[in-house]
Design a protein around this ligand. Sequence first.
Ligand code: TXA
Ligand code: MG
Length: 324
Amino acid sequence: MSVELARRLLPADRAAMTAAARMLGAGGLVAFPTETVYGLGADATNGEAVARLYAAKGRPRFNPLIAHVADLNAARRLARLDADAELLAGVFWPGPLTLVLPKSPSCPISELATAGLDRIAVRVPDHPAALDILKALGKPVVAPSANRSGHLSPTTAQHVLADLDGHIDLIVDGGASSVGVESTIVSCLGAPMLLRPGGVPRDAIERVLEHALLDASSSSDEVPLAPGMLASHYAPRTPLRLNAMAVHAGEALLAFGADVPRGAMTTLNLSASSDLVEAAASLFSHLRALDACEARGIAVMPIPIDGLGEAINDRLARAAAPRS
Ligand code: TXA
Ligand code: MG
């Protein structure tokens, strides 16, 4: 094994946990083992780190990400758990169950990590290396499966290396994942609903709840999503006008780049230096702020479609689509 490789792929010992937590704290991307599949982690409170994570995965869209925390108390700082959620967390955490919950008002997660939604997916992984890293960092870590978009989820450090080498800072090798499929996702926004089958079987959850789970497919589109598909997504109330080169009367402006037209009620720039990572990191918070300023509309300057620009444009197109 080359020295370069040895430094990037560390066996899951104490030194690796410290290195991983330090790397995450500095905004880096660290792949680490969980009991389901390997995750690609970023500090969930750092918008630019989260933006780099989407870029490393090559995701054409900003799907919301699962926040991983060390224990139930840490989860309670991010989200509101109702009685069903508390019950499921108490039985299945740590373990392969993700709960989608209303975000708490003081939730410190970057808007990009939840794709601007007011609900958040949370789980406590059942793997000593993952838990050690989370405790050492002391912050939530968002972690999609550590593969390039469209590829299979990795269950060994070698899979991660094969797929993501050169795109990430560190891989912690904790051996093969024991579960091998992703976590089961249940939304607890109202009556518990199965969003994605996974490591915890449906009947085990239903036995604990003492009633059946709703199915995402049988629900109206008011309610969350099918796995990986954002049926409902962040949408501002103020109409968006895309690819705007000039500002109309009464409009706010979501700018990009150095050459910004004048005349907007309020202007927020995604990135004056045309940096797409910076732009992604502030996309949802800027949209929210402009939506709140009572403008007639929000003019959005053109954004190139390379790199993260594809996902940014995808999100803007959805936000601009007429409401039903
Ligand atoms: O087992 C797992 O869950 C692995 C390991 C690494 O923890 N992670 C994983 O993440 O599978 P990912 O990003 O590949 O899948 C996350 C799923 C997506 O389908 C996403 O749409 C859904 O979780 N999700 C995340 N946040 C959500 C939210 N706020 N509301 C609804 N669904 C959400
Ligand atoms: Mg995945």
